[in-house]
Design a protein around this ligand. Structure first.
Ligand SMILES: [Zn+2]
Ligand SMILES: [Zn+2]
Length: 198
């Protein structure tokens, strides 16, 4: 529930922040831009999305740790598999391999984790050869970086968001948890478990 609230807040904030940007995230122009830039391929594993199940993907995840927004430059289309594999890094409070969730996801080239983790093994299952794997991961990292730089409005707001949002979202999350716990407790106190005899 607290996570749902965070996502609602980030969606509202996204609308507010991007309302005057030249490209609209839900418009045809943006969709075309993404398709052309990534050749209808998954931005992470490069699989062809024409015949693969694909989903809307947020580079910076829309959760309390990554504080991502639904705005041009952060929204892409990815294969469902990568989208769910990426959640592992996205749900970590502190990232060790990179500053952002998507960079972290693409950093598991098998050499940087003390012992290869599940994400390292995921990439290994896609590119078995270590040299090819490192090359493809770094190419995809670069492609996404250059895609993001095509949205200067987005790049401009990132530093201040990174500065203020995590603390704000942590507060929203814990306030929501506290509120829910209190409400449940008070409702439980009002409910009489033993029906009154007539
Ligand atoms: Zn993929
Ligand atoms: Zn790893």
């Amino acid at each position: 529930m607290a996570n749902k609230l965070i996502s609602m807040f980030l969606h509202e904030l996204s609308r507010k922040i991007s309302q005057n940007w030249p490209v609209k995230v839900d418009g045809e122009e943006y969709e075309k831009l993404v398709r052309e830039r990534f050749n209808t391929q998954c931005p992470y594993c490069s699989c062809d999305l024409t015949n693969t199940e694909s989903v809307i993907e947020h580079l910076d995840g829309m959760n309390r740790y990554r504080a991502g927004l639904h705005v041009p430059g952060n929204v892409l289309v990815a294969c469902r598999r990568c989208n769910s594999e990426k959640r592992r890094d996205d749900s970590l409070r502190v990232l060790s391999l990179a500053r952002s969730g998507w960079e972290s996801f693409l950093s598991h080239d098998g050499t940087r984790c003390a012992t290869p983790c599940r994400t390292c093994r995921y990439w290994e299952s896609i590119w078995n050869d270590g040299t090819e794997r490192r090359l493809r991961l770094s190419e995809n990292l670069q492609r996404i970086r250059s895609f993001r730089s095509a949205f200067p409005e987005f790049e401009q707001v990132i530093p201040s968001l990174m500065e203020t949002h995590p603390a704000l979202l942590r507060k929203l999350y814990s306030d929501c948890q506290t509120f829910a716990e209190m409400e449940i407790k008070s409702l439980l106190e009002r409910v009489d478990p033993v029906p009154n005899p007539q």
